[in-house]
Design a protein around this ligand. Structure first.
Ligand code: KIV
Ligand code: ZN
Length: 511
């Protein structure tokens, strides 16, 4: 059995199915570039048939990524497979990932198809996908609740049709490690020609066991794991890439395989995905949480100081923690700025983009004495959300807030070419600012989430705000960062409004 574990990242597809995590094309390209730097083998860049925008984003990613395979999801039908095939055409290495549900409940209630029709559709889809690439993956959706004999039959048929990777998903996060490992072992044992393909697993986290189930699959012969950065994904999310990668690396003695991931890129990738999607990382999250390597108790601190391995099984620097390394200051020049961005793996598309980022850096350096890597990442991520096509931009904000008085916000926005002015009172400065904006924009949206995190430590740190809005069943996240959290909040609110007004209708692959 191979000792290489293939890492298939689906942050840009399943991760994007998290409520409000929809990304723009530019944001997806930035994440794809970072995933390539991280060393993932396969980037599932999206679901081409979802919308023209999704297809365009996959095509753009396929055009720029050279060292990872770029993949598009496709349901097992002609329209989807052809859309996926067209989207991955520019890729140096492209894959089509086609799927159909195989469980009785999905076949009967969702697809309204007989088992024979499902096998037929799976085989046809794989054959059609082969017209575009010889790298075809097939998934049996809801494999966890599928009958073993039928699963074996479908997998045997798609191997014969030419699929090279067979994915076994726990779509609803229902399994437990012992059962999932056993299922993978039996499939490999029973399906004819199972040694000619790579077996893969794709686990959801509804019972908090996505990573454990994926690792059980690896122990039983799976050599591809589908996962996402920070465990982002539909409902409770997917298996988290960083946990899988570090588990197999740290316990190679148990798993007998390893990935080609550059683990020092894990934390920067986690941050980028969190900033772009607006999904914060919980402090106690393994590997990438702020507390993952901090020792609070005196006994632990004493032990670590005497001999690090007393309480640490991994080194923080090996997964990319830089410990808020001081990077630049007010007097740093454009070259130092450009060099540090390059070292952080941030590529700005043009000289104008660099000049604009440098101007923002100078503004920030006026407000904040020390600029850390995290500040630079936020500065660039924040701006990438403000595309030129954004309708609303914050021109100015003044808020009067004093004890015993009702906070009052005055806001000036640019709306396309024109200018909007509004003022409003509110329960607090943020509330007053949002009310003032809403008074004129009239989005009619509902605020689902408002959260503030400081990017680094200290009272002069930038606050990073996430705002989640819903309207007509559509959910979007907006982000904003500033040393003034009221301004950061207004920026985040406008970023969310821009997404809400700009969002296009998209199909969901599994509905
Ligand atoms: O969870 C799932 O079954 C999926 C498939 C499309 C692979 O995401
Ligand atoms: Zn999934």
């Amino acid at each position: 059995m191979s000792d290489r574990l293939i890492i298939f990242d689906t942050t840009l597809r399943d991760g994007e199915q998290s409520p409000g995590a929809a990304m723009t094309k530019d944001e997806k390209i930035r994440i794809a570039r970072q995933l390539e730097r991280l060393g993932v083998d396969v980037i599932e860049a999206g679901f081409a048939a979802a919308s023209p925008g999704d297809a365009e984003a996959i095509k753009a990613i396929a055009g720029v990524i050279k060292n990872s395979t770029v993949c598009s999801l496709a349901r097992a039908n002609e329209r989807d497979v052809r859309a996926a095939g067209e989207a991955i055409k520019p890729a140096a290495s492209g894959r089509i990932h086609t799927f159909i549900a195989t469980s009785p409940i999905h076949m009967e209630k969702k697809l309204r198809m007989q088992p024979d029709q499902v096998v037929d559709a799976a085989v046809k889809a794989v054959k059609m996908a082969l017209e575009y690439t010889d790298n075809v993956e097939f998934s049996a959706e809801d494999a966890v609740r599928s009958e073993m004999d039928f699963l074996c039959r479908v997998f045997e048929a798609v191997i014969q049709a030419g699929a090279k990777t067979l994915n076994v998903p726990d779509t609803v996060g229902y399994s437990i490690p012992a059962l999932w490992g056993e299922r993978i072992r039996q499939l490999i044992e029973r399906v004819p020609n199972s040694d000619k393909v790579v077996w893969s697993t794709h686990c959801h986290n509804d019972l908090g066991m996505a990573v454990a189930n994926s690792l059980a699959a690896v122990m039983n012969g799976a050599r591809q794991v589908e996962c996402t950065i920070n465990g982002l994904g539909e409902r409770a999310g997917n298996a988290s890439l960083e946990e899988i990668v570090m588990a197999v690396k740290t316990r190679r003695d148990v798993f007998g395989c390893d990935s080609r991931i550059d683990t020092t890129q894990i934390v920067p990738t986690s941050r980028l995905v969190s900033q772009i999607t607006g999904y914060p990382v919980q402090p106690n999250k393994a590997i990438v949480g702020a507390n993952a390597f901090s020792h609070e108790s005196g006994i632990h601190q004493d032990g670590v100081l005497k001999h690090r391995e007393t309480y640490e099984i991994m080194r923080a620097e090996d997964v990319g923690w830089s410990h808020n390394k001081l990077t630049l200051g007010k007097l740093s020049g454009r070259n130092a700025f450009r060099t540090r961005l390059q070292e952080l793996g941030i590529v700005l598309e043009s000289e104008e983009a660099l000049n604009a980022a440098f101007a923002r850096f100078k503004e920030l350096a006026d407000k904040k004495r020390e600029i850390f890597d995290e500040d630079l990442q936020a500065l660039v991520a924040n701006e990438s959300g403000l595309d030129a096509c954004d309708r609303f931009k914050l021109v100015s904000l003044k808020v009067c807030s004093e004890t015993g008085e009702t906070p009052h916000a005055f806001v000036v926005l640019s709306d396309g070419g024109g200018e909007i002015r509004a003022d409003e009172f509110g329960g607090g400065p943020v509330d007053a600012s949002f009310r003032a904006i809403e008074k004129r924009v009239e989005s009619g949206s509902t605020l689902l989430l408002y959260s503030v995190n400081n990017i680094t430590t200290g009272t002069d740190a930038q606050g990073e705000v996430t705002v989640r809005l819903a309207r007509n069943g559509r959910i979007v996240n907006g982000q904003g960062a500033d040393t003034d959290i009221v301004i950061a909040s207004a920026k985040a609110y406008l970023n969310a409004l821009n997404k809400l007004f700009g969002a296009e209708e998209r199909a969901h692959p599994q509905v």
